[in-house]
Design a protein around this ligand. Structure first.
Ligand code: IPM
Ligand code: MN
Length: 339
């Protein structure tokens, strides 16, 4: 953000808040009211990542992830936009064959504030038969409709294809999801709607990924499918996301929540080898969709592209024989390329 400010003559006001594990340690809760208010009053929120073995105790009253989920719900950012871009220079870094990756350009719209993650009842109870854990899948038609509309609108501005993902052969929420998609399709005659069962879609994403344009999916399905889709891009560390309360519009100045799709990667903590690009590209999405700065956003995207073209690779995308670039150096390279 500072490199963008220097290059384009902006002064960003950055304020910081603790969320997740650090907040549990310092304040006894993964999200304080203060940070909640800070996030509400900001033009946009750039989120790091939460979670770690220290807070993994299944009997703990709260977890770092609760802070993230509370923040997403509080900001009502129901549409999580996860573009999956394949850099041609990275096809060798993917475990998939290069010809499978040719022409891959998709966006996954993940429903973010409902479904299995949030619906009540939820919890653990002691019953005469023993302990029971409960999660509920629940969606109202309006929750489904608003996120599907984001998918239709995005598809309309791209290649005109929308894949609606569900498990309609088993789940009632999915049958409502599918019926809603079919109903809305009448309003978008320029968009080709396809329904896909989530299990089959999981297979097709690695089999013929180039056939997808926009995918829209329930919260949990979208979570799982995007980790899988990250394999197309070669690494989770590269994928950004934007969470919004409506259709993303380049140049808009509407609040949004921006985070990489990856977690905290505790297995490599402290080694200085994490890939910063997912976070950097999330900041680019923030510039584009919340701060009205499309040129600046493009400059950040280009900077990442340039650094990859120059052959710099963090450990996650390095191929045998490459000397891996560390997190800080990678960040500095991108920042310099912006200038
Ligand atoms: C993601 C993450 C989160 C999620 C976790 C950290 C709660 O996996 O953003 O994809 O499941 O939404
Ligand atoms: Mn995830």
């Amino acid at each position: 953000m500072q490199a963008v400010g220097r290059a384009f003559g902006h002064n960003f006001t950055l304020e910081y808040g603790d969320v997740g594990g650090i907040s549990i340690d310092r304040h006894g809760t993964p999200l304080t009211d203060g940070v909640r208010e800070l996030a509400t009053s900001a033009d946009a929120v750039l989120f790091g990542a939460v979670g770690g073995p220290k807070w993994d105790d299944p009997s703990a009253p709260t977890r770092p992830e609760d802070g993230l989920l509370a923040l997403r719900a509080h900001l009502n950012v129901f549409a999580n936009i996860r573009p999956v871009k394949v850099y041609p220079e990275l096809t060798d870094s993917s475990v998939l064959k290069p010809h499978v990756l040719e022409g891959v350009d998709m966006v996954v719209v993940r429903e973010l504030t409902g479904g299995l993650y949030y619906a009540q009842p939820k919890g653990r109870t002691q019953t005469p038969q023993g302990i029971v854990g409960v999660d509920t899948m629940r969606y109202s038609e309006s929750e489904i409709e608003r996120v599907l509309r984001v998918g239709f609108e995005l598809a309309r501005g791209r290649r005109g294809k929308l894949t609606s993902v569900d498990k309609a052969n088993v789940l009632e929420t999915s049958r409502l999801w599918r019926a809603t998609a079919t109903r809305l399709a009448d309003e978008y005659p320029d968009v080709e709607l396809e329904h896909a069962l989530v299990d089959a879609c999981a297979m097709q994403i690695v089999l013929r990924p180039a056939s997808y344009d926009v995918i829209v999916a329930e919260n949990t399905f979208g979570d799982i499918l995007t980790d899988e889709a990250a394999i197309l891009a070669a690494s989770m560390g590269l994928l950004p996301s934007a969470s919004l309360s409506g259709v993303p519009e380049a140049g808009a100045r509407t609040p949004g929540f921006y985070e990489p799709i990856h977690g905290t990667a505790p297995d490599i903590a402290g080694q200085g080898i994490a890939n910063p690009c997912g976070s950097i590209l999330s900041a680019a999405m923030m510039l584009r969709y919340s701060l009205g700065l499309t040129e600046e956003a493009a400059a950040v995207d280009r900077a990442v592209q340039t650094v990859l073209e120059q052959g710099y690779r963090t450990a996650d995308i390095a191929t045998a024989g490459d000397a891996a670039t560390g997190t800080t150096q990678m960040g500095d390279l991108v920042a310099n390329a912006i200038g």
